[in-house]
Design a protein around this ligand. Structure first.
Ligand code: SAH
Length: 250
């Protein structure tokens, strides 16, 4: 049974990883991360992953300050992908967005879909910054699948082309307090999405539009209004626990 190796450092590499002995050349950014940030040494063994081929042990072969290759040794864990949960959110200001993207990545979402709503404060979004936060979070925790990052869409446009088989869990700050677990227990495991609104909450029009959709399930996250980045973690924890892979689903 493959084990979670919490001790070894992890590095994301986009190269394919299919057999021992393969050599992967590090980029300058990776060399800086390995030797100046992680303070590793030539010959050290790390874990590398690409989001497709599982996680591999690899040895650092440093030729000089600017040249290093990673030699694949053996696969530690085969690729697993986790549940089909998409995360829809209204872009937040920089630091909160960094935090939110890192946490939803750790919570194993399959896809990150920024959406613009009436009260969204950020009027542009830096997808490269989101990608960098996804990679940073995936290297620091043990995830194997890298979430797909979608281009931002307006909420109503996104819903107009919605896959009706995908249940949308709508975290509504205006919902009457009632058990989110009871709502989620009614949802069959499968294609799921979770929606969290902006600092300003959802407009009445957006809320009514959402509640009119057969694929929407509204949840309350309790009597206190949380910041959007907190609500993202709370909602995804509940979804993972009740219909995700936080239970043995073998
Ligand atoms: N105005 C506050 C919070 C806005 S609510 C702020 O400045 O951040 C941000 C989003 O978090 C909401 O749109 C909703 O999706 C979610 N949320 C926050 N508290 C919630 C609650 N008690 N129940 C359900 N969703 C909640």
């Amino acid at each position: 049974m493959p084990i979670h190796d919490f001790k070894s450092q992890r590095l994301f590499c986009n190269d394919s990883m299919e057999e021992s002995g393969k050599r992967i050349w590090c980029t300058p950014l990776q060399i800086n991360y390995l030797f100046n940030v992680l303070r590793l040494k030539n010959g050290n063994i790390i874990l590398i992953f690409n989001g497709r081929d599982g996680e591999w042990y690899a040895r650092l072969n440093q030729q000089d300050k600017r040249t290093c290759s990673l030699e694949l040794i053996s696969q530690n864990r085969p690729q697993t992908n986790g549940p089909d949960i998409q995360f829809l959110f209204a872009p937040l200001k920089r630091e909160r967005l960094d935090y939110m993207v890192q946490k939803v990545t750790e919570l194993g979402v399959a896809k990150i879909q920024p959406i613009y709503t009436k009260h969204t404060v950020a009027n542009s979004i830096n997808l490269k910054r989101i990608y960098d936060n996804v990679i940073k979070a995936s290297q620091q925790c043990g995830i194997l699948r890298i979430p797909e990052i979608r281009k931002p869409e307006k909420l109503l446009e996104c819903l107009n082309s919605w896959d009706a088989e995908r249940i949308l869990i709508f975290s509504d700050e205006n919902a009457d307090v009632s058990s989110p677990i009871r709502v989620l227990e009614e949802v069959r495991r499968g294609k799921i999405a979770v929606l969290v609104g902006p600092e300003g909450g959802f407009s009445d029009y957006e809320r009514n539009f959402l509640l009119d959709q057969l694929y929407v399930r509204r949840i309350s996250l309790g009597p206190r209004i949380m910041r959007a980045d907190t609500a993202a973690v709370a909602a995804l924890a509940l979804v993972n626990a009740v219909i995700g892979d936080w239970q043995n689903i073998s």
